[in-house]
Design a protein around this ligand. Structure first.
Ligand code: ADP
Length: 949
């Protein structure tokens, strides 16, 4: 850290009442590291960790951030404005830090030079040295006149050195506090420029008596800083308006630094020897290069440490310099040495300074370096007060290189932008770019063609729908809210939004628009980009296809019903008896017609779903019920396929879902039939349901696996149902595509499972129509899959209370020696009816409401017979039957299956003894139960006996 920076940070710390850190972004570490600090606890290069209450302001150069200034750990509220002031000063100091650091290092080796300085000290008075610095500076910067003023203890300012004035009259003038330029610079503590002095009402000429007398109107002032305080100012003024360059202000500051030292010393002026020592100090502190030479052969009188350090070997030591001439030395760093010598002669002869900027110098050691040079005549310094010339140089290689780098980067950026421009302009898709307010920054020709209009940039977003004829597909004028760029500006990424554009000629087209936010380097949304293209033709084709599908399916259904109807009639023998072969053939006809109908129904569904003509009538639906029913209906297929199905959807604690019952059943059936299709023998399928407090359309649902358990006390919003199988699984690349219409992973003719590829498309549309979403997960081929969908919980739906284990239901019947019948039926009304019928027959009844209870009671009670419903919660009747017949303890209990569907053969194959189709008739039930219990056999036997007797 340079002295100047240290001073700055220390005085900032004093003023603000907190530690002050200067941070630099370290690209390697990806962090802010400490560049300088007023606080010893932070090492240079340490990574900055913010503390609470830290105030951070940027150190800017124009719009570029050079560093950050932090008030660290403030004990009381920080005046941020003040901190910003210091940041501005730090910006200035930082830009010259490089040079200053070099000067610092050179200082260490400068003992010898200081002695040279002391040697020469006798000839130069301190005041004169101020004067010559000022003169050099004024000539270097081409100012009309210049001065150095100092701040006096009473707040007034006083001239210390003046150069270029027409009048000397003001030399003794003491400026009152607040008057003139110097007090303003001192107060600012940083370089300031003033324009229009005496013209601008803020700068009344009465405040600037010297400007008034000399006709100056444009000034820069640079403070003399010592220990972070302004002790005076260097002021340069022109009589004509002038724009002061950044580099000029920098040069003035460099001189001001040296002048500040001189002024300080002037004040503490003491012995002759301290004066001499001081000269060396001043010159060594002069951060540029300084070379004083004397005619006629330009022998070196004085050289400062900076210059010495920069000279190539063998000139970097005192011994090598003594007695040398400028010609010899300059020859080592420039091939224009002769030119230099000639210029020095010219300056000496004419008494006028010469300066030039960014002079390129080649050296074998450092390659190309750049320098700002001045050769300034100084009077009365040489022997007997002769004129000498001072060569002041100031390396600007870094600035030049940085600028060149910036230029190259800017050129590259421009080239890239042009390339991008060409691409955007030639794209067939429309492209539009918006600013953060949603105003069009640009739109490519294709975009304008699509809209059928010239798009004026800068229009307001709420005007777009009207200006550009933007409608939803339903023909409603879009609102500002719904505009894709506005959605993108809110952070949304929009993909394939379909809109209608009504062109000025009345022609309507449909476009698909995608849009995404544009972010700046800090991740803030700074605009949006849109890409859109015409899909009118596609939409038309799609509509034609949908219409075609719909018409064809309808037309196919009619003849198909006839085929099915006639096959049924024939199978039932209404057209005469059939041979076994005929029956088999006709069954095949019937089964194939069934498949065809299924396919046609799917096609019709899809076309209706696509055209949006399906209207869903949602109502609260008991999910567990429907799952149980779906499984029961499909059980026959599962048993035939050797796949087990388990149902983990417990009615306990499960609220109703909002859906259309038949549609929900269709979804479940499709998923179950897929799972069966793709699960080989020995596999299993599991149904489960989970509650979530997220909304059913919340995309997060699909990515959470497993769903987190519901927070106790929170209100569930959705139920997620999953159908998980241990079957074929799905490759990762296929996962997204299986939902597409007609998509099948294995669409080869040889594939083992039939299907159309419509099932999942229907599932997804139906679920979405009900307000949910459907998704799938699979670990890969042969690793099984899990299809899930979400549905909204019906409002006001109370979760069914968790059922308590019910006491054994016996209707208070404690008769002994009477046959007991176990009735398994979940529907209460049905249960009552069956109970009544059997009790009237004199049986004792025990009831179970679900499959689990049925198995438990069968073991506990050992009934004489069981009447078993098929559709049951938890375990359906088929599974109960299967278990009863597998276990030795229950195997011999006769079972009557009571079902709504006729699957007699299947029931018998699982071991059912009797089968009845609902609705039940009392008489038939009586006969069947008797037959079950062997009672009828016994009766008949009795009657037979009587006859025989
Ligand atoms: P379909 O079953 O009539 O072929 P779907 O739309 O129902 O049509 O399914 C599309 C494709 O998704 C199927 O062909 C199959 O490749 C895959 N798929 C669906 N369900 C499963 C599953 N449970 N396991 C493995 N793959 C499945």
């Amino acid at each position: 850290m340079t002295e100047a920076l240290k001073d700055l940070l220390n005085s900032a710390a004093d003023a603000i009442g907190a530690g002050v850190l200067l941070l630099r972004f370290d690209a390697e570490q990806g962090d802010f590291t400490v560049l300088g600090t007023s606080d010893a606890s932070f090492a240079h290069g340490a990574v900055y960790t913010p503390a609470e209450g830290d105030i951070i302001v940027p150190v800017l150069h124009g719009e570029r951030e050079l560093a950050r200034l932090v008030a660290h750990n403030p004990s009381s509220p920080v005046d941020e404005q003040l901190l910003r002031g210091f940041a501005a000063a730090a910006s200035f100091t930082l830009r010259h830090a490089q040079e200053l650091i070099e000067a610092d290092e050179a200082l260490k080796e400068s003992q010898m030079l200081r002695e040279i300085g002391q040697h020469l000290g006798g000839m130069v008075q301190l005041e004169d040295s101020l004067q010559s610095m000022l003169q050099a500076l004024r000539q270097l910067l081409n100012a009309d006149y210049a001065s150095i003023s100092t701040l006096e203890p009473d707040g007034s300012t006083k001239w210390r050195a003046m150069d270029g004035y027409r009048t000397e009259a003001y030399k003794q003038l003491v400026y009152k506090p607040g008057q003139g330029m110097a007090t303003r610079v001192i107060a600012a503590g940083k370089p300031i420029t003033l324009q229009d002095i005496g013209i601008s009402p803020d700068l009344p000429i009465s405040d600037f008596p010297l400007h008034a007398a000399e006709g100056g109107i444009s000034s820069i002032g640079v403070p003399l800083l010592r220990g972070g305080k302004s002790i005076g100012a260097v002021i340069l003024t022109n009589r004509t308006p002038r724009n002061w360059k950044e580099s000029e202000i920098a040069t003035a500051s460099v001189v001001a630094n040296a002048a500040a030292l001189a002024v300080e010393e002037l004040r503490a002026r003491g012995s002759e020897s301290s004066q001499r020592a001081f000269l060396g100090k001043v010159l060594d502190n002069f951060p540029g290069m300084l070379l004083v030479m004397e005619p006629p052969d330009w022998r070196i009188l004085l050289i400062n440490s900076t210059m010495l350090a920069l000279l190539p070997e063998p000139y970097r030591s005192e011994a090598s310099l003594i007695g040398r001439t400028a010609r010899e030395i300059t020859a080592t760093w420039t091939d224009q040495s002769e030119g230099f010598v000639a210029m020095m002669q010219k300056v000496f002869d004419t008494g006028e300074a010469i300066s030039f900027e960014q002079y390129a110098s080649e050296s074998p050691e450092r390659g190309t370096t750049y320098w700002n040079w001045s050769i300034v005549p100084v009077e009365g310094v040489g022997e007997e007060g002769k004129r000498v010339v001072i060569l002041i140089a100031h390396e600007v290689t870094e600035t030049v290189q940085a600028r060149e780098k910036e230029q190259r980067a800017a050129e590259r950026a421009r080239a890239r932008a042009e390339e991008l421009d060409t691409i955007i302009n030639q794209m067939a898709d429309g492209v539009a770019i918006f600013d953060a307010q949603g105003r069009v920054l640009r739109i490519n020709p294709a975009g304008q063609r699509l809209l059928g209009r010239n798009v004026a940039t800068g229009a307001r977003p709420d005007d777009y729908p009207r200006l550009y004829g933007l409608y939803s597909l339903d023909g409603e004028l879009l609102t500002e809210e719904r505009l894709t760029p506005m959605r993108a500006l809110r952070g949304e990424t929009v993909v394939g939004e379909q809109l209608m554009v009504r062109r000025p000629n009345g022609h309507e087209i449909i476009i698909s628009v995608s849009g995404s936010p544009l972010t700046d380097s800090e991740g803030k949304i700074s605009g949006a980009v849109l890409v859109f293209h015409d899909i009118t033709q596609e939409k038309m084709t799609e509509r034609l296809k949908d219409e075609f599908l719909s018409v064809v399916s309808h037309e196919l259904r009619t003849p198909l019903s006839a085929i099915m109807g006639y096959s049924d009639l024939m199978l039932r023998g209404l057209h005469g008896p059939l041979s076994e072969r005929q029956t088999r053939a006709l069954n095949a006809v019937r089964a194939n017609a069934d498949r065809l109908l299924h396919l046609i129904n799917d096609l019709l569904d899809v076309s209706k779903l696509e055209s949006g003509t399906i209207i869903i009538e949602q109502e609260p639906v008991n999910l567990a019920d429907i799952v149980a029913r779906t499984i029961a209906h499909t059980r026959i297929l599962a048993v035939n396929a050797g796949v087990s199905i388990s149902n983990d959807v417990s009615p306990d604690g499960l609220p109703d879902v909002l859906s259309e019952e038949t549609k929900l059943q269709q979804v479940l059936e499709n998923l179950l039939s897929n799972a069966l299709k793709f699960t080989p023998e020995g596999g299993s399928i599991t149904f489960s349901a989970t509650l979530s407090e997220r909304s059913p359309d919340d995309p997060a649902l699909a990515s959470l696996d497993p769903l987190p358990p519901l927070d106790p006390g929170s209100q569930p919003q959705s139920v997620v149902v999953s159908v998980t199988d241990t079957g074929a699984g799905i490759d990762e690349e296929q996962l997204a595509r299986i939902w597409d219409r007609f998509y099948q992973v294995d669409s080869s003719v040889k594939r083992r499972s039939g299907g159309t590829g419509l099932g999942l498309a229907i599932v997804r549309s139906l679920v979405e129509l009900n307000g949910g979403q459907a998704w799938v997960r699979s670990a890969g081929a042969d690793l099984g899959s899990s299809f899930s969908f979400s549905l909204p919980v019906a409002p006001d739906s109370k979760a069914l209370p968790t059922s308590q284990p019910r006491p054994l239901y016996t209707r208070g019947d404690d008769r002994q020696g009477v046959p007991t019948v176990l009735i398994v039926e979940d529907d209460e009304d049905q249960r009552e009816i069956i109970c009544d019928m059997l009790e009237m027959e004199g049986y004792k009844v025990v009831v179970a409401a679900d499959g689990d209870e049925a198995l438990q009671l069968a073991h506990e009670v050992r009934p004489a017979a069981i009447a078993l419903d098929v559709v049951l919660p938890r375990r359906d009747g088929w599974e109960v039957l299967n278990r009863l017949k597998r276990e030795p303890a229950t195997r011999d209990i006769p079972v009557l299956i009571i079902s709504v569907v006729d699957q007699q053969e299947f029931g018998k194959s699982l071991g059912a003894d009797e089968y009845m189709v609902k609705p039940l008739e009392a008489a038939t039930l009586r006969t069947v139960v008797r037959r079950l219990l062997g009672a009828e056999d016994a009766d008949q036997a009795r009657r037979k006996d009587k006859r025989e007797v």
